[in-house]
Design a protein around this ligand. Sequence first.
Ligand code: PBG
Length: 335
Amino acid sequence: MSNEPVEPAALRGPVVRPRRLRTTPALRRMVAETQVAPRQLVLPLFVREGISEPQPISSMPGVVQHTRSSLLAAVAEAAELGLGGVMLFGIPETRDATGSGGVDPAGILNLAITDVVGEVGDALTVMSDLCLDEFTDHGHCGLLTPDGRVDNDRTLAAYAEMARAQAHAGVDMVGPSGMMDGQVAVVREALDAAEHTDVSILAYSAKYASAFYGPFREAVDSCLEGDRRTYQQDPANAVEGVREALLDVAEGADLVMVKPALAYLDVLRRVRDAVDVPVAAYNISGEYAMVEAAAANGWIDREPAILETLGSIHRAGADVILTYWAAEAARLLRA
Ligand code: PBG
């Protein structure tokens, strides 16, 4: 036995060093746990009736309301970049109490679906928003009762008709986003009865009454009176988000979605762990605008912020991400 004092561990340094795996870019790349891919990204696109030039959306720099023809150039580029799909939103010239423009085969969204499918064929999954808010003159996602409440069951009948119109126009996947109870079951039944058994459903399952939708309302020239708190979820609730997702799976949803994404990453993780279908997340307009505004002021580094945002949503459990950065992110991820 030597009488030499043993050097304390603190002076020898730690044996376990997590930093060792961060030494070089090659090593970091090799051990990266997650990586979002362009095939998982879906680009939301707005098409507006009756315009001859694309219109910028001031609260969403870089995003426009497309004409029917500029929309085709955008989807062709999306296909070229290897994106997973596009989600189409229509902005009609006129609106009414029942949102009849959403059901009309000659309505802007239904025409755009046919145009887009004709342009890209099977190269992209063509998805459409299945909701009345862009088409109603009061801006709500459903039909109103005489005393101004959103009438769940009458709205379901309108959604069934809208689903049939979109399927007839050629859509691959419909996205019921109105948060009416029973909407997925009704849409599935309507599609199947019209022999559109292959049209799939991306259910907006856990959709919260969020302050971050603000720029979207400008994007679709929304005329919403009041708020959506009687149908969209309370931001305080996470268990309820899982409940909504499980219900939608039971009603036949092919994918379920959590929306918004960033303020709800916990809900996203819980839903991912609870269901056995692919899970999507919508990185919404206000989340986009925050990054763009901070970057425009020189307060954050834009491109790494975009990739970190999308990476975090993927890491939290999203298999598919709807994002206004889809095309740009695909380019960055390829570089
Ligand atoms: C409803 C719908 C909304 C969004 C997508 N679908 C708006 C809302 O619920 O008020 C928001 C998307 C975004 O903010 O990027 N049809």
